[in-house]
Design a protein around this ligand. Structure first.
Ligand code: CA
Length: 228
């Protein structure tokens, strides 16, 4: 069993590696979200341990990107941020389980065993919102059972909006998560706007109930903004 550990604090990463190897797991470590994402998309892993507080793109962003790309590897999130909101956001973004630091190593092992027994979640590749449904594996999107004819980019955009349903999404978040570009620029903003407009024509155009909202000067939201 091969585990990918994404953790920027070297001491913690080393301790995890040693502890897990002592239990017979094969362990690869990555010190940033980008490295972790690269490893996951180029190697074969049975499980990923993901720290949320990372330099550059944080763990939640990496998590969303991984799931939007249809990667179903079980992911156990490690974090020091012990708030209900972060926990819910982590699970919404596609984490399978969640452990708050500091944790007892035997508890980590128990959670890992559980996730490995469960394997990639079968249902995880299906995302639903209202009468909209997308399949991350087949890259097909339906609304009210009608197939939507989306480009690859429109599909990725929609997948991201569905992962973040109820949350306000800025152009910056779209640039990072759907285009994997860290710096915003006017040309990219224009590309984002054009893609959102096309997506909206396809997803909302033929239907009375509009799902994609524009929040002037702020960004976009799928459904109503969830203030809870
Ligand atoms: Ca960290």
């Amino acid at each position: 069993m091969h585990i990918l550990v994404v953790e920027d604090e070297r001491k913690i990463a080393e301790a995890l590696k040693q502890g897990l190897e002592a239990e017979g797991y094969r362990v690869t470590t990555a010190a940033s979200g980008e490295d972790g994402y690269f490893c996951l998309t180029t190697g074969e892993y049975d499980l990923m341990l993901l720290d949320l507080m990372l330099p550059g793109r944080d763990g939640l962003e990496i998590l969303s990107t991984i799931r939007v790309k249809g990667i179903t590897t079980p992911i156990l999130v490690l974090t020091g941020r012990d708030t209900v909101e972060d926990r819910v956001r982590g699970l919404d973004s596609g984490a399978d389980d969640y452990l708050v630091k500091p944790f007892a190593f035997p508890e980590l092992l128990a959670r890992i065993r559980l996730l490995l027994r469960r394997g990639p979640a079968e249902q995880q590749h299906l995302l639903k919102f209202d009468d909209l449904e997308i399949d991350l594996l087949t890259h097909k999107a339906h609304r009210d059972s009608q197939l939507l004819d989306l480009t690859v980019k429109e599909f990725e955009l929609l997948a991201y909006l569905m992962r973040q349903q109820g949350h306000v999404i800025s152009r910056e978040m779209l640039a990072q998560n759907a285009w994997q570009v860290r710096e915003r620029s006017t040309p990219l903003d224009n590309v984002i706007d054009v893609n959102i407009a096309r997506l909206r024509r396809k997803v909302d155009g033929p239907f009375e109930r509009k799902l994609i909202r524009t929040l002037r000067g702020v960004g976009f939201c799928l459904g109503d903004v969830d203030h809870g």
